[in-house]
Design a protein around this ligand. Structure first.
Ligand code: FFI
Ligand code: NDP
Length: 470
């Protein structure tokens, strides 16, 4: 029997961000490996016209949770959705719910965050910094709390080239920023933002760094650990390969390339593509939860969960394999035949943007106008190019993350735990992983029918010019 799985048995676990990409995979694994856990509290807000219960049912009824229903048939009874908005004071949690959380919680996994690169500083600080402080305050009032696991990002210190498993100080104290945001108006905040974030590439990474500082400052006597994943990608193995559910990170680029919109990307082909499968991250999170609670390290340990130093893949290798997979498993109704290149030169990149992106979009919009339809390709292309430009920072650089704590933890696990909670990325076969990833994007994100593959292949063979069937 796995020691880690047994540890979570009978426990009350609080998860923030449970409706997000990482949070869902975390819940799935917890229920599947520790079906005798007591309860998972999830802090949820109503969204897109759905109540909390509807959101929970939608998650539990998804393909991701199919295996869970076999091992934990009463899973619905073990999830307790608590109304909460992390943007508000006290998270707008009712008194009764708060009382229950404070008196029962054993473990906290804090995953909620805004991951948008272009969020406003006010909103990003509220969610990634102030809410973390608030949650730590709650945690300090939980008599049964055994561990608080904070999810950060490997890029919280991406202004450095070599990053150790330590919390780095930020130039401005988080408290000062939180306080000043209370009285500064939005126009002034916009003006000072570039000066505040200095050499961080965006507000997201900057506020995640501030969030870590808050964890360090407000840790009191809590048992805390920080986990820093790099670019979180589709599942590698569990519960099945290739599961993804949002367009963040590489996912949107894979779609845009597979649909033939994106033909050139400004990237350094030999830079490390530090993608890490989401199930690998979740396995580490659960191992860290156990280790932190049971071994109670004296200080807050930081764990990097990255692939570059143990099993590196570069953007060239990834790109070639993505394109090769499109030949085998094409996406339906592409704008053009998928065919993309990386260019590391700004001038060439601008040339391709004009010739291969903007010009075809303008021509296609003319065609739509002439046929009495509403033009939309130029707008779509401009948004896509804006998105790609925001990701460029991460695909034109390599970082070195030390992984002593992660390796130490691996060596602490029993052979059974190393198998059930495998986070040894050295075992990852990139070519196989990337193929499953692209297939997962087609199946779970685009929701395309696999039965259409032969027809899509035939069309691909015939095509070399834009399709008009978009
Ligand atoms: C040989 C060549 C072969 C080539 C083949 C290809 C090979 C594969 C190579 C892969 C290289 C991968 C590089 C990954 C680097 C990731 C680094 C992450 C590092 C940090 C990791 C973290 O620690 S943390 C999580 C990261 N956090 C995000 O990753 C959020 C980013 N994101 C946003 O901050 C917002 O998205 C932003 C952008 C403001 C737009 O915002 P926005 O207001 O315009 O609105 P939306 O977000 O709603 O998106 C509006 C439209 O952009 C489309 N779109 C959105 N994302 C997209 C995306 N990634 N790629 C494409 N298209 C995307 C979407 O499909 C919509 O299309 P539509 O208009 O048709 O609806
Ligand atoms: N994905 C990645 O590549 C990486 C992610 N990370 C970190 O992992 C964590 C999880 O990221 P990921 O799952 O990808 O992100 P998602 O955007 O998929 O999920 C974010 C979660 O936070 C919740 N949330 C956001 N705002 C609020 C709010 N006001 N009140 C309550 N809940 C809120 C969302 O709820 P709702 O569904 O209601 O919006 C959602 O559950 C984050 O801390 C992120 O920084 C780190 C490295 C890479």
């Amino acid at each position: 029997m796995s020691t880690i799985a047994a540890f979570y048995g009978g426990k009350s676990i609080l998860i923030t961000g449970a409706t997000g990409f990482l949070g869902k995979v975390l819940m799935e694994k917890l229920f599947r490996t520790s079906p005798d856990l007591k309860v998972i509290y999830i802090l949820v807000r109503p969204k897109a016209g759905q109540t909390l219960q509807q959101r929970v049912f939608q998650i539990l009824d998804s393909k991701l949770f199919e295996k869970v229903k076999e091992v934990c048939p009463n899973v619905h009874e073990k999830i307790r959705a608590i109304y909460a908005d992390l943007n508000q004071n006290d998270f707008a949690i009712s008194k009764e719910d708060m009382q229950e959380l404070l008196s029962c919680t054993n473990i906290i996994f804090h995953c909620a965050a805004t991951v948008r690169f272009d969020d406003t500083l006010r909103h990003a600080v509220q969610l990634n910094v102030t809410a973390t402080r608030q949650l730590l305050l709650m945690a300090s009032q939980m008599p049964k709390l055994e561990a608080f696991i904070h999810i950060s990002t490997a890029y919280s210190n991406c202004n450095l080239k070599h990053i150790d498993e330590v919390i780095y100080p930020c130039p401005v104290e988080p408290k000062k920023i939180i306080d000043s945001l209370e009285w500064l108006d939005d126009a002034i905040i916009d003006e000072i933002t570039p000066k505040l974030i200095r050499d961080w590439p965006n507000i997201y990474t900057y506020t995640k760094a501030l969030g870590e500082m808050v964890v360090q400052q407000e840790s009191r006597n809590l048992n805390i650990a920080i986990i820093r994943p790099s670019i979180v990608g589709a599942t590698w193995q569990e519960p099945f390969p290739g599961w993804v559910d949002n367009i963040n990170g590489p996912n949107g680029i894979i779609i845009a390339t597979g649909k033939g919109f994106l033909r050139a990307i400004k990237a350094t082909p030999m830079a490390v593509a530090d993608v890490i499968p989401v199930d690998t991250v979740v396995n580490l999170m659960l191992a860290v939860g156990w280790y932190t609670a049971v071994h109670r390290p004296k200080s807050t340990l930081v764990y990097h969960i990255t692939s570059g130093n143990m099993n590196p893949c570069n953007w060239h290798k990834m790109g070639v394999q993505v394109l090769a997979t499109f030949e085998k498993i094409p996406f339906e109704r592409p704008f053009r035949r998928p065919n993309a290149n990386f260019t590391s030169n700004s001038f060439t990149s601008q040339y391709w943007n004009a010739v291969s992106h903007r010009a075809p979009a303008i021509i296609y919009d003319c065609y739509l106008r002439l046929t009495g339809r509403k033009p939309r390709m130029t707008k779509l292309m401009n948004r896509l190019l804006r998105t790609v430009s925001m990701l460029e920072y991460f695909i034109n650089r390599s970082w070195e993350w030390s992984t002593y704590n992660t390796e130490m933890l691996m060596s602490e696990l029993s052979p059974e735990d190393q198998r059930v909670f495998n986070f040894d990325v050295r075992q990852l076969n990139w070519l196989e992983y990337i193929e499953n990833y692209v297939l997962g994007v087609k199946k779970y994100l685009l929701k395309e029918d696999m039965a259409g593959i032969p027809k899509a292949k035939q069309r691909l063979k015939r095509s070399c010019t834009p399709y008009s069937t978009l």
